[in-house]
Design a protein around this ligand. Sequence first.
Ligand SMILES: [Zn+2]
Length: 401
Amino acid sequence: MARRVALALAALVAALAAGWAIGAWWLWQTQVPSGLRLPEVAATDVLSAAELDEARDYERFLRFSFLGSLVVLLVVFGLYARYGARFVRESAAGRIGTGMLLGMLGFAILWLVQVPFGLLDLWWERRHDVSELGYGEWLVLNWFALGGEFVFVCLALLIVMGLAGPLRNWWWIPGAAVFVGLATLFTFISPYLIPAQVDAPPALVAEADRLAEEQGLPDIPVRVQEVDAYEAPNAAATGLGPTRRIILWNTLVDTFDGDEVRVVLAHELGHHSSNHLWKSIAWYALFAVPGAFLIAWATRGRGGMREPTAVPLALLVLVLLQVLALPAQNAITRHMEAEADWVALETTEDPEAASRLFTDFSSAALLDPSPPTWSYLLVETHPSIAERIGMAEAWRERGGR
Ligand SMILES: [Zn+2]
């Protein structure tokens, strides 16, 4: 009997793993021609020697600051998992309320130890004219971000601990489904959460409509976000279905030429026409299901997620899983970004403007055109500037369409 159960369980695990692999393979497919070879682009062909020195110097500091804050994050949550439960042993807030208190306390401690890293990064960005944000303003913004994290942590614990009450260690199955639903809802409403949006100039809207039509999309609204505290340019594709939107920072619209902005528009529309926001949610589901299972499994020794004393350990496991998944998640976003670049080349048919855009972007945002491998794997969510220029050249060498 026991042998039969074990066999059935093994078959179930094998079927789930096969389903996972098929899903991942399907999501990994893109319109970039398979076997496209990118010509080698040297960093010195992108930036002048002086600019390259400054970009590398600038990025090196931020990379080590990132690594430092990552180590602090793991140490703090490691200690919190070990000793955190002592803080509220006598709490009268009830099972879920006590869990929420422990969750908020963990994030508050983390916030305190990470403020120095944030201030140091800001000092460095201000020194290099990438940001003009004041230290006080930064602290206020960060304080509000902590408030947002509190809301998120409490909601997540309410769901997990609420489900773990009746379901014990099986909460992770409906729990993962609820989190995927919330991620979908958040993506849907995210265009309305971005502050300081104004209407885009009519010429830009007309251009976006032309490009959208070429990509088989309906008209997608374009908005400009006024970010007076930043110098570096940026853009984003947000929303799902009827809430889809393109956001361009004023730092991009005001300083880059019309053809460059057109490439950015085509790239962001490419995210929508390639269904990247839906695909991101599907990838999230592929990580959330095993992740929720591992949290349930890791916390069972502390009575599982129905016990508030399991919360500090759950936070540590969550953070560890996120750090471990970082290289895979960066590879996934880089893959989608490369597809959006390819779609932009196909719709604008203007590889010169694309190369110019990436070069100007590199010098405006002080981006190292070819970052070191460890940083590429651990930090970079986009292909390197050298790769992006390489793709524009590869498109031209193929003779366009
Ligand atoms: Zn993109």
